[in-house]
Design a protein around this ligand. Structure first.
Ligand code: SF4
Ligand code: FES
Length: 191
């Protein structure tokens, strides 16, 4: 058992657990977007930011990927953490102003649409990778992948062809937090 503290409360977890795992185990709330218990962590959204003092320095880390260590001090609600989360929530809301999950998330941070919001877009893909991981890790097929790089990065099917691996189970649609998969699915799924 590894023991450390979250918000001053002594907590513990097993070797290999992340800060997010332990927080959830103890009922401590940390917001997430790209995380799902059934899948490997991916670290795409950074919404799960927390502040960690490891005895040498204090820094903001993403809790879904940060392995627990003996004696670290984790804070989940500092001003730095709140700033990071609000900034991410603002980006998400501006790109997906109509997605109910994102609206709810933004509301919980007191974030409203900014003047930079995208027009004509209801639910953008935030490249969280949940759909791809669900397809591979939960369903066990490789119907989805990331294509291109940088600003052109997108969710697509291997070789940009309709995937014959796709069994049209709809798991990707179910896990997508923005609804973007509803536009992608008809282009990549098997016919
Ligand atoms: S389509 Fe949805 S689940 Fe897939 S990466 Fe984009 S936002 Fe995430
Ligand atoms: S939930 Fe940790 S980076 Fe997305």
């Amino acid at each position: 058992m590894i023991t450390f503290s979250i918000n001053g409360q002594e907590v513990g977890g097993e070797e290999g657990w992340t800060v997010l795992d332990v927080a959830r185990w103890h009922g401590i709330e940390i917001p997430t977007l790209c995380h799902h218990e059934a899948m490997e962590p991916f670290g795409a959204c950074r919404l799960c930011a927390v502040e960690v003092d490891d005895g040498r320095r204090t820094r903001v880390v993403i809790s879904c990927m940060y392995p627990i260590r003996e004696g670290i001090k984790v804070q989940t609600e500092t001003p730095r953490v709140a700033n990071v989360r609000r900034w991410i929530a603002q980006l998400l809301l501006d790109e997906s102003p109509q997605a109910p999950n994102i609206q709810e998330l933004a509301k919980s941070f007191g974030v409203t649409p900014s003047r930079f919001k995208k027009t004509g877009v209801e639910s953008a893909c935030h490249l969280c990778g949940l759909c791809i991981r669900a397809c591979q890790e939960v369903v066990g097929v490789q119907a989805l992948t990331f294509g291109n790089r940088g600003v052109l990065k997108e969710v697509t099917s291997p070789y940009h062809r309709r995937s014959q691996d796709c069994i049209r189970c709809g798991t990707c649609l179910y896990v997508c937090p923005t609804g973007a998969m509803e536009q992608i699915f008809p282009l990549v799924s098997s016919e």
